[in-house]
Ligand binder design. Structure first.
Ligand code: SF4
Length: 627
């Protein structure tokens, strides 16, 4: 029995520790992973200690009466909980890598202390049973009463949760005050029943033989339910709901002033000229490798580009040149065996590569959003469209939702999120949005799904939108509609866009600047007109020449000879050299430097490097003669 009791006690300790931390508001919780690990370690250590000590005391019990006291369940649990308190503190500081401030800010330890006091009081009461020689029977009314009261409280709490869920979302009692009221009701009703059991059943009846009334399970159920309901209603009305209202008013005021500040800063940014606009994303020397069984895939090798506020930058290149990997690296969504080896991704003045995973969650989906190539793979198949769009609002636009909800008595943030979702779908020219939000992704056409994805991307007005080939999976007519729509939305919301495509035609329609990528590097970067009228890099020239021109008859379409190199064994020097008609002396051995043609036009090619000016001229002449 000692082993089973100890296992149950250790398990209860672990579960209670997790539940307590989960019930604390998120900003005051002890970080989940260290908390879970330290709680588990403490419970295992305590299990070992309690088993050994219980064996020892049970053995000694036969010889020394004093040790019978130590086989009291609550006493053992009290000792375990007290050791847990000190052990947990030690472990979480040593291995949890959390700061003292984080730790003492959390009410977790205060709650554990409160439980320690309660358990010791109960243990004290149970100690009086052997000390006073109070008789106990096999099916004891006293202990049964304690268990039944616990059951009745649990049942009442469950019923409260279910009844609250039964109401429409606007009329439900908010979670936090309801939780506090339920706990208060539970503790008070259980406490009152337990106290009367101790006084009337245990001491008066057993110790002094005074029988005032017989304990009855039906009375127990009614009394606990009445006390629980009374405390629940009174505490909700008098304490928790007014407190929640005051808090929510304060929060609304904070949200209003935050939104006003945001609006002022946005307006001042929109009025800036192109030169004044600040660089919103500055990617420098970004290098990402994939460590596969075949070898190291050098997917990105020193990628550099920047985007100013409100601009659209096109990232163009053949399939497999690293466009999508660049986008995923910016958002830190590269999964193993991929590793971002070096570089910096400065977004709004902050280097994203130095952020923790938790901090990155604040950026993804709010400040930076991404539209993926295939919407069917990126929408969740088991949730309705409306829920998926509303979730974006609920996660990232709580301030705006709160302010809006405070203007209407009959609306909650959930109903407003739903209204906004419908409006957004309307903006995206989706017919009957009220019907569409009730559909699942597989019930929509490809074009509709892509619009829904764009809606989710634009839902919280991101600072930067990354569109990774958003029209590739669509037919030409839908492609044009989506591009037109994205242009309109860009003009309306002034969103900065990183637009990825292999199609130069689309890039020319959409972008202000373009970065041409080849085999994991940016080979040319500049204004869109510059790139199309005066491109410098041989690869960019090849790409532009390969666009068929309407009205110009050709026997064969112009192509870039050769194929994209294997990124596990990329060519040495300039990676384009095996396909380049201008290739000369240093190209196969030395990486080309980034040469500034002018302030906004950069090219990575030895042809424009002043160091190789003479060889470059000879190479150009040779290539001209060969044409
Ligand atoms: Fe061609 Fe040499 Fe320029 Fe590379 S560096 S694109 S091989 S000329």
């Amino acid at each position: 029995m000692a082993i089973i009791d100890s296992i149950i006690a250790a398990f209860i300790l672990y579960i209670v520790s997790l539940i307590i931390n989960n019930q604390i508001p998120e900003n005051k919780q002890i970080p989940k992973i260290p908390h879970r690990r330290c709680s588990a370690a403490c419970s295992i250590i305590l299990l070992q200690i309690s088993i050994e000590f219980r064996f020892l005391f049970e053995t000694l019990w036969g010889y020394v009466y004093f040790f019978v006291l130590f086989v009291n369940d609550f006493l053992v649990f009290g000792v375990m909980l007290t050791i847990f308190y000190f052990l947990y503190k030690k472990l979480v500081f040593k291995f949890g890598s959390i700061t003292k401030e984080q730790f003492y800010n959390s009410p977790f330890l205060r709650i554990i202390k409160f439980f320690i006091i309660i358990v010791w009081i109960i243990a004290g009461i149970f100690l009086t049973i052997p000390l006073f020689g109070i008789p106990m029977y096999e099916y004891d009314l006293f202990e049964l009463g304690l268990y039944w009261a616990a059951f009745a409280v649990g049942f009442n709490i469950l019923l409260t949760i279910l009844i609250n869920k039964f109401f429409p979302i606007e009329k439900r009692i908010p979670k936090q005050p309801l939780k506090y009221a339920m706990y208060s009701g539970g503790m008070v009703s259980y406490g009152i029943w337990a106290i009367q059991l101790i006084v009337f059943e245990l001491y008066l009846k057993r110790l002094f033989n005074i029988v005032l009334f017989q304990q009855d399970i039906r009375v127990l159920l009614c009394v606990v339910a009445v006390i629980y309901t009374t405390v629940l209603i009174v505490s909700l009305k008098k304490i928790f709901l007014p407190k929640a209202r005051t808090k929510s008013n304060q929060r609304i005021q904070q949200s209003i002033s935050f939104l006003e500040q945001q609006q002022t800063s946005r307006e001042s940014k929109f009025n800036m000229t192109t030169e004044d606009k600040q660089v919103i994303l500055d990617v420098q020397d970004l290098t990402t490798y994939f460590y596969t069984e075949e070898g190291v895939v050098r997917a990105l090798e020193g990628v550099s580009f920047d985007i100013r506020e409100g601009e659209v930058l096109g990232l163009v290149g053949e399939t497999g040149c690293g466009k999508s990997v660049s986008a995923l690296s910016v958002l830190r969504l590269i999964r193993p065996p991929g590793v971002i080896e070096k570089g910096s991704v400065v977004f709004n003045g902050e280097d994203l590569l130095k952020k923790t995973e938790r901090e990155m969650l604040q950026y993804r989906g709010k400040d930076i959003t991404m539209i993926f190539q295939d919407p069917l793979n990126s929408l969740n198949p088991v949730f309705k469209i409306g829920n998926q769009i509303s979730e974006v609002f609920l996660l990232h636009m709580q301030d705006e939702l709160l302010v809006e909800a405070s203007k209407h008595d009959d609306k909650s943030i959930y109903s407003i999120a739903r209204e906004w979702s419908i409006k957004l779908l309307k903006d995206l020219n989706i017919p009957h949005p009220e019907v569409i939000i009730e559909r699942y992704p597989h019930e929509l056409s490809g074009g509709m799904r892509q619009r829904v994805q764009i809606a989710m991307g634009l839902a919280c007005r991101p600072i930067l939108l990354i569109a990774d080939e958003p029209t590739t999976a669509l037919d030409v007519t839908i492609q044009n509609q989506i591009l037109k729509l994205m242009k309109e939305l860009h003009q309306k919301y002034k969103t900065t866009i990183l637009f990825i495509s292999h199609d130069l035609g689309i890039i020319s329609k959409m972008c202000d600047h373009v970065a041409v990528m080849y085999s994991g590097s940016v080979v040319e970067y500049g204004k869109i007109q510059e790139i199309f009228s005066h491109s410098y890099h041989p690869y960019t020239k090849g790409l532009i020449n390969s666009i068929p021109v309407v009205g110009k008859k050709q026997d064969k379409l112009t192509v870039i000879p050769g194929t994209v190199p294997n990124l596990i064994y990329p060519p040495s020097g300039c990676r384009f050299h095996p396909r380049c008609q201008y290739c000369f002396e240093p190209c196969d051995s030395i990486d080309p430097k980034r040469i500034h043609i002018d302030q906004q036009h950069v090219v990575a090619c030895h042809l424009y490097d002043p160091q190789y000016k003479e060889q470059a001229e000879i190479s150009k002449k040779k290539a001209e003669n060969m044409k």
